[in-house]
Write a protein that binds this ligand. Sequence first.
Ligand code: FO1
Ligand code: CA
Length: 326
Amino acid sequence: MGGARFLQGLLHGIAAGTLPGVAPDAHVTVVANNADDWWIHGLKVCPDLDTVMYTLGDGIDLERGWGRRAETWSAKEELAAYGVEPTWFGLGDRDIATHLVRTQMLDAGYPLSQVTAALCQRWLAPRYGDTLTLLPMTDDRVETHVAVAAPESVSGKRVVHFQEYWVRLRAEVPAEQVVFVGLDQATPAPGVIDAITGADLVVLPPSNPVVSVGTILGVPGLRDAVRATEAKVVGLSPIVGDTHVRGMAEQMLTSIGVEVSAAGVGLNYGARSAGGVLDGWLVDERDAGQVGRLEAAGIRAAAVPLMMTDHDATAAMAAAAIDLVR
Ligand code: FO1
Ligand code: CA
């Protein structure tokens, strides 16, 4: 959701011509996490791809931040009346159409990247033509699972799908471990490596550094492409003060032992000059005191307001990020 909202502001800035050195017809390729995906009621659901697609296509429910606007829930109610589990994860009636199209195409043998392109013909092409491409990070099945304490089990642990951790458990119990099932065997989807290698600029949005950006960078070959590209790589901190702006970055960072601060996340990504992925890292003005630590580690850093309150504020963040590494 942080990524989708950031993209909205970025595209707004591009169209308005307020991003330094960025032409109004600049091409944006979005590489999205598709490890939050799961199969439910026989349907393949890709929340992050859909959140980006619906947000940029102006079909998102703004209040929830996921799913379709003006949604109805008859199918969900009918499933519950049959006693079908899980009842804690809701597919809206409008949203279901997306999953039906996707699942049918996957069943027919199309890779997820082509399915995504087909869905985006409806949502993105009319507004952005061919200046915007949405790609899953991989066509392979990768799933994020989270280990939580379970005193009743022999191992003392229980592993749940990311959606169960986030939606049913509301990320309220400590995450002991995050496991990316299938990630090591995955290959980048067609177009992903070329987009990074051929880019003029690579931006890491203020998204979850562990289960969103971290997963994407974990696709074999992807981190190397980010390290090798001639483009500058700049990121924006999802942590402001001592916690995330929204979501669950705090829980996820704690689970991998990374300091929950803007500098902690930036240093964990690391300077490109020292084996990491960042040339620049933008932090919130409240975290201005952390700029020195980042600069000392070889990451150019600056502090600006990082609250995505509206499109203009978000476009200003994108502009500051670009300025930082120009
Ligand atoms: N989030 C919820 O809190 N409750 C839900 O029932 C739920 C259903 C759902 C269905 C489709 C979809 O694309 C997203 C959905 N989400 C729901 C949001 C989802 O958990 C998040 O978008 C992400 O996976 C978090 O990164
Ligand atoms: Ca996600």
